[in-house]
Design a protein around this ligand. Structure first.
Ligand SMILES: Cc1cc2nc3c(=O)[nH]c(=O)nc-3n(C[C@H](O)[C@H](O)[C@H](O)COP(=O)(O)OP(=O)(O)OC[C@H]3O[C@@H](n4cnc5c(N)ncnc54)[C@H](O)[C@@H]3O)c2cc1C
Length: 204
């Protein structure tokens, strides 16, 4: 069954209201230590004694950075919140997975008047779902999205970005950048709290 992001957010907002569950936003768990028959959970805002802990921190980890000069500028973000906020802007999306393809297609589909460039270092979008690949292809056909395969972002400047593409350094007009280059897993954190992770590459 398909639903929209807006409907899903409304569902979770309702659930929060109905159940009265207390959510501490903008709080990050930094450490969990044993204490008697329970735990002490340390966050960036406080310390909580608890009987048990349910970790539901996902698999995305901390967004991977590009590591290029200028990346610290406020126009560089690591996730798309609302495609509408980029109306009329020249946007660069970096990455080749579902997050990047979805972000690039969503912004291009708003017909914002600016333009979207999708830069990916790989030769094919082989990690993304067929539906997202189709959306990108459709947006590229309309001319609102330019796809740069086998390209690498080298430098971010206030009104442009330098991208190495097909052996050339190209300077592309730019107002905003969304980096969707995957995440760095919280391996250190998991290890510290005593959780070992077993990686299986396609084996059962
Ligand atoms: C672009 C995109 C599109 C997707 N589309 C679909 C789709 O159409 N259908 C579908 O079924 N799935 C989709 N998925 C997958 C789906 O989002 C995930 O499977 C799902 O979100 C996983 O849920 P989760 O609760 O395990 O983790 P997450 O949703 O990743 O939630 C983990 C939460 O924990 C928080 N967190 C992490 N570390 C800490 C910490 N130390 N302290 C406090 N909080 C922390 C994070 O900030 C986050 O809010 C999509 C994913 C992406 C990226």
């Amino acid at each position: 069954r398909q639903t929209s992001k807006e409907a899903l957010l409304e569902f979770w907002t309702q659930a929060e209201r109905k159940t009265g569950v207390k959510i501490n936003y903008k709080e990050r768990v930094e450490d969990i230590t044993r204490s008697g028959d329970g735990f002490i959970v340390k966050t960036n805002r406080g310390t909580y004694p608890t009987r048990s802990v349910l970790l539901a921190i996902g698999r995305r980890g901390t967004p991977r950075k590009l590591g290029v000069p200028g990346e610290e500028m406020s126009k560089v973000v690591y996730r798309l919140i609302d495609p509408e906020q980029y109306k009329g802007q020249h946007v660069l999306v970096v990455g080749g997975g579902d997050s990047a393809l979805e972000a690039a297609a969503s912004i291009a589909e708003t017909d914002s008047g600016g333009g979207v460039v999708l830069s990916y270092r790989g030769a094919e979008f082989d990690r993304a779902k067929a539906r997202n690949r189709d959306r990108v292809q459709a947006a590229a056909k309309t001319g609102r999205l330019q796809v740069m395969m086998k390209s690498n972002v080298k430098k971010v400047e206030a009104e442009s970005v330098s991208i190495e593409h097909e052996g050339e350094m190209k300077q592309v007009r730019n107002d905003a950048i969304i980096v969707s280059a995957g995440g760095v897993l919280p391996s250190e954190f998991l290890k510290r709290v005593g959780i070992s992770v077993e990686t299986k590459y396609g084996t059962v």
